[in-house]
Design a protein around this ligand. Structure first.
Ligand SMILES: C[S@@+](CC[C@H](N)C(=O)[O-])C[C@H]1O[C@@H](n2cnc3c(N)ncnc32)[C@H](O)[C@@H]1O
Length: 250
């Protein structure tokens, strides 16, 4: 059972739901080739991004490893989904014109295998858009506090691909697979409260928090919970920065 299986029921509530999916879909739609041709979403999760793409007139096909995440996606999107591993895509060589992934590549154990699969399935002229997880904009106070939490977590449970922004690594993995890349920074805004983040932390809604013992959990999260509790309690406009990496066949 993966952390995503465990988190599926709470995922949309704690990650911005369809509103976030729609924001990413808008950013991806602008960069995808024109036309209704199907877009493969690798790591489709609960389907919030795919829904936004569909609302913009695009056909979507989604793949994900987690059956509980896919069950949420199926309720949202119907039967355009397949359970499978991004590192062993069940599609013929040269059959995919456009693919996307949002907040997925950091969660993949072997991104080199994923990019090799993308290179295999993309047709000549095809593209794969990778939206990375975001980091706080300089004026996002809640984000800065949360970023410190993840740095403290690195000391007890290091991130799979390290703490530094992942875009340069994605480019390296793509180049290794013989693909070209272009990186653009995007900004996203949303509203939440310090209490929302406190509830996500105490409910262990982040995969890295789930299997910490109680003492380690208290050591790692204590300073964050205190800092969040000191902030003004009302709704705050949050701002995050991330990258969209366009990966293309040469
Ligand atoms: C953070 S969620 C992102 C979901 C969705 N893209 C979104 O933006 O809401 C990461 C997703 O990647 C999926 N995932 C992780 N490793 C995978 C793999 N090897 N193959 C397919 N999906 C995978 C997880 O099951 C999970 O649904």
């Amino acid at each position: 059972m993966s952390a995503w299986d465990d988190l599926a029921a709470d995922y949309d509530r704690t990650r911005g739901g369809e509103e976030r999916g729609d924001q990413y879909a808008a950013d991806l739609d602008d960069r995808l080739p024109p036309g209704p041709g199907p877009v493969l979403e690798i790591g489709v999760g609960t389907g919030v991004v795919a829904l936004g793409l569909r609302r913009r007139g695009r056909g979507v096909v989604g793949i994900d490893l987690s059956a509980p995440m896919l069950a949420q996606a199926r309720a949202r999107l119907g039967p355009c989904l397949v359970r499978g591993d991004a590192c062993r895509l069940p599609f013929p060589a040269g059959s995919v014109a456009a693919a996307v992934s949002v907040w997925v590549i950091h969660a993949i154990d072997s991104p080199l295998d994923l990019l090799a699969e993308v290179a295999r399935v993309l047709r000549p002229g095809g593209c794969y858009l990778v939206a990375t997880t975001q980091r706080p904009a300089p004026d996002d106070r809640i984000g800065a506090i949360m970023a410190e939490l993840f740095l403290r977590l690195d000391a007890v449970k290091p991130r799979r691909h390290g703490p530094e922004p992942i875009a340069a690594k994605v480019e390296g993995w793509a180049h290794h697979a013989g693909l070209r890349t272009e990186v653009e920074t995007i900004e996203r805004e949303w509203v939440n409260t310090p209490a929302d983040e406190i509830s996500s932390i105490t409910g262990r809604m982040f995969p890295a928090l789930r299997d910490l013992d109680e003492d380690t959990f208290a050591d790692v999260t204590g300073p964050t919970l205190e800092a969040l509790a000191r902030l003004p309690p009302g709704p705050t406009t949050r701002r995050g920065l991330g990258e969209i990496i366009t990966v293309e066949t040469p």
